[in-house]
Write a protein that binds this ligand. Structure first.
Ligand SMILES: NC(=O)C1=CN([C@@H]2O[C@H](COP(=O)(O)OP(=O)(O)OC[C@H]3O[C@@H](n4cnc5c(N)ncnc54)[C@H](OP(=O)(O)O)[C@@H]3O)[C@@H](O)[C@H]2O)C=CC1
Ligand SMILES: CC(=O)C(=O)O
Ligand SMILES: [Mg+2]
Length: 774
């Protein structure tokens, strides 16, 4: 029974959902151009007369539509609104929010563009006519929320008529994820698939497709019992029977769900809310698997099912409970694989490849992103985590290539992927967006003898997760500072397999044999800066950044990372005091560089975290340091000194300062592409710069933005990060004598891995520079 608090929660969610859909722009989608239409020539190319060229090329060879149009990455999500979620036949217009939602998921999870198409076509013939006529537009068709049995006929006819994948997601997307969950659940129940009894509530699109796939996987038809609104599908029943239900019809006197539930190992609910009553659960076999998948409300709520059957494994279609069995885990990726090899269909082998990839992924060690999708609790393969989180970034990496390979092996790929490694790289880049720019850094770190990177925040979950990746990928040798009992417990809690002593060194801040040496060194370094002996002893016990910096200074580590907690300025003071600037960099003139990676590309900004109001000399120095760092990424720096003045348009103090910095740079770094002072848009557009000042030393789009003040830099960094939905790598601390970086509290474990790779590469370069020549 629904309690008051459940009703209140639903009312809140309902209101929030209406607000979400309405503001700031109605709906969830818009169309964006991928080509700039900046001038007359662009117009002539994009439209008449230029557009005739690709038209004629496609007329000549239809396959080139994949080269000249967006078709190969475009899917039509088509519905007639006859079975929208579990809401029933609410019509095509009312189904639009669901179809827009599917479109957003396609884009977010797999980078696939979608037109949502809601058609007023309740009958089979007009549906088939309409959809088949759309073939020239799309690379694939995702049928959605079309009721059974019409959906079976529609799909069958469309598959026969069309040469692009036609995939009814409610049938096959659901079946794939259900099959993966059942395969994994049976392992925990200790049952063989050939022996299990499956009972459904629902005999519609989703339920029947699930059963058909389960039969292919080994479930015996004799062990399957189907029920719907009219009860059991029995021999002789006349209401709502059709040829698709026929295989599961039984010669029986059983008439209701309760009649067939005794001894069931799996309850498969793809029907409507509240159908499964708690008292019915006692009838099921031991360790039953309950898949209550009706949306938005399941056949039974998980807490109710858990109370009735504590030994049950429970899955729902919802994101607010563990074990979300929802076709979102499948459709973006199966289409990704199919589109990328130009598949003409999605066949059984491709579906099976997806099942196996999903089932196997749940058994892999968890990634931090998957952990965050589950509100910080680490999902470890088990009864509460039979399938991956929808936010697990590895879904695309596992499913899409497996599907593409299956398509190629079964001869339905019209554009087979020749280089699978390059394809995996592309998918990786899509996932992490750091792939391309970080690639040379990771390659260098992996190729050299492992550098020792010490982490001041060794007890932090993000560092522990990063350390696991760093070790697995061979990027560096981690040294963690942390209390052994805390680290051990957290590693186990988060399902990480690395262990101190065996895989990495752990420095216990409360009891380390090097303590006395560290204190002595700290007193030696800090004595003239007011650090008393007493203060030194306390700081070496309590400030892990101090320990990390002292270890680095003494040569016990090659690079350090700190700053996951606490204030940047305090960490900086200690790093500056203990490590200090490298030769050639003036005292207390460290600066930082931040990298933003977005769909738009890579942009560097300096100085985002240290110098409040740098002088012209400091600005010139930080530009040189930043440019050196950018070269480590294999990128040629192009620096713009930013101002409110555009090449002399204003004479404010900060404009004069940037102008002076540009003059200094022209002298001390004549080979560096750099100019100023200029507006940010002038920096980012060669075209605009040509208009404002055609003689600029800077050519092309600037990739390094240099700011007149910390305020301007930091504000721009955070504003760009938020608006571009960009990934921030950094801040990279520049000018230190040894590689030392102060991260920010918002850093993710992926960010820690990135910074580890960078720090390791700096250490490699430093070691190379110290080697005697010859
Ligand atoms: N978690 C997930 O990923 C997915 C969940 N679903 C959910 O599954 C459900 C069915 O979707 P779909 O198969 O596409 O729809 P269909 O309309 O094709 O099928 C619905 C089925 O449910 C049966 N049904 C409806 N109400 C009841 C009831 N009160 N008691 C018993 N049976 C009932 C219908 O029986 P009858 O024909 O007699 O009316 C029919 O067999 C929806 O709730 C949907 O949200 C669907 C796809 C994916
Ligand atoms: C998830 C889905 O497709 C449905 O409930 O219809
Ligand atoms: Mg659906």
């Amino acid at each position: 029974m629904e309690g008051d608090s459940t009703k209140a929660k639903w009312a809140d969610l309902e209101e929030a959902a209406l607000h979400f859909h309405r503001y700031p722009t109605p709906g969830k989608l818009e169309i964006q151009a991928t080509k700039a239409l900046g001038n007359q020539r662009d117009l002539a190319l994009a439209y008449s007369p230029g557009v005739a060229a690709p038209c004629l090329a496609i007329q000549d060879d239809p396959a080139t539509a994949a080269d000249y149009t967006a078709r190969a990455n475009l899917v039509g999500v088509v519905s007639n609104g006859t079975a929208v979620l579990g809401l029933g036949n609410i019509g095509p217009l009312a189904s639009k929010p669901v179809m827009e939602g599917k479109a957003v998921l396609f884009k977010k999870f797999a980078g696939i563009d979608v037109f949502d198409i809601e058609i007023d076509a309740p009958g089979i013939d007009n549906m088939v006519q309409t959809i088949a006529a759309l073939e020239p537009t799309f690379g694939g068709i995702n049928l959605e929320d079309i009721k059974a049995p019409e959906c079976f006929e529609v799909e069958e006819q469309l598959k026969a008529r069309m040469s692009i994948p036609v995939f009814h997601d409610d049938q096959h997307g659901t079946a794939i994820i259900v099959a993966a969950a059942i395969l994994n659940g049976l392992e925990f129940a200790g049952k063989a698939i050939e022996d299990i009894k499956v009972v459904t509530s629902g005999a519609g699109a989703a339920a029947l497709a699930c059963l058909n796939l389960l039969v292919l996987l080994g479930v015996k038809v004799d062990n399957i019992w189907v029920t719907d609104r009219h009860g059991v599908a029995y021999k002789g029943r006349t209401e709502e029977m059709d040829r698709w239900k026929d295989p599961y019809v039984k010669d029986t006197n059983a008439r209701t769900l309760s009649d067939v539930l005794p001894g069931a190992d799996v309850f498969l609910g793809l029907s409507a809310a509240g159908v499964l009553k708690p008292e019915m659960l006692a009838l099921m076999a031991e360790k039953p698997l309950i898949l209550a998948l009706a949306n938005p409300n399941p056949e039974i709520m998980p807490d109710v099912a858990r109370a009735a059957r504590p030994d049950a494994m429970i899955c729902t279609g919802r994101s607010d409970f563990p074990n979300q069995v929802n076709n979102v885990l499948c459709f973006p990726y199966i289409f990704r694989g199919a589109l990328d090899c130009g598949a003409s269909a999605i066949n059984e082998e491709m579906k099976m490849a997806a099942v196996r990839a999903i089932a196997a992924l749940a058994r892999e060690e968890p990634s931090d992103v998957a952990a965050r999708a589950y509100s910080g609790e680490t999902p470890i393969f088990g009864p509460e985590f039979l399938i991956p989180s929808p936010f697990d970034p590895r879904l695309i990496l596992r499913i899409a290539p497996a599907v593409a390979k299956a398509a190629q092996e079964t001869g339905v790929a019209t554009r087979p992927i020749a280089d699978m490694t390059a394809y995996m790289d592309k998918l990786n880049r899509f996932v992490f967006r750091t792939g391309l720019v970080m690639k040379p850094v990771f390659s260098t770190a992996k190729a050299a003898v492992s550098k020792r990177v010490i982490y001041a925040d060794g007890e932090d979950e993000r560092v522990l997760r990063a350390a696991q990746v760093v070790l697995e990928e061979g990027i560096a040798q981690p040294i963690l500072i942390g209390r052994p009992h805390v680290v051990e417990v957290r590693l186990k809690r988060h399902g990480l397999s690395i262990r101190p002593g065996r895989d990495f060194e752990l420095i216990n801040p409360e009891d380390d044999p090097r303590y006395r040496h560290y204190v002595d060194l700290f007193i030696e370094l800090g004595g003239r800066r007011g650090i008393t002996q007493e203060a030194a002893r306390t700081m070496v016990r309590t400030h892990t950044t101090v320990i990390a910096a002292l270890a680095l200074k003494r040569g016990d580590a090659d690079a350090m990372l700190c700053g996951l907690e606490g204030r940047f300025a305090r960490h900086l003071r200690n790093v500056d005091l203990i490590i200090g600037p490298r030769a050639g960099v003036k005292d207390h003139e460290l600066s930082t560089l931040s990298m933003l990676i977005s769909q738009r590309g890579v942009l560097f900004l300096t100085d985002t975290h240290v110098c409040v109001d740098p002088t012209a000399e400091q600005i010139a120095e930080m530009t040189v340091l930043a440019s050196e760092e950018i070269k480590r990424f294999g990128i040629e720096p192009r620096a713009a000194l930013l101002s409110l003045s555009d090449f002399g348009s204003r004479d404010t103090q900060s404009a004069l300062k940037m102008r002076q910095a540009a003059a200094i740079l022209a002298k001390i770094a004549p080979d560096l592409q750099c100019d100023g002072e200029m507006h940010a848009d002038t920096a980012l557009s060669e075209q605009l710069r040509q208009r404002v000042y055609p003689h600029s030393r800077l050519k092309g789009e600037a990739n390094l933005l240099v700011f007149p003040s910390l305020d301007a830099a930091n504000i721009t960094l955070t504003a760009l990060q938020a608006t571009l939905d960009a990934l921030h790598v950094g801040p990279m601390l520049l000018g230190t004598d040894k590689p030392a970086h102060i991260l920010t509290p918002s850093v993710t474990s992926r960010g820690v891995v990135n910074m580890t790779a960078l720090a390791a590469v700096e250490a490699i370069h430093k070691a190379q520079a110290l080697q005697p020549a010859g």
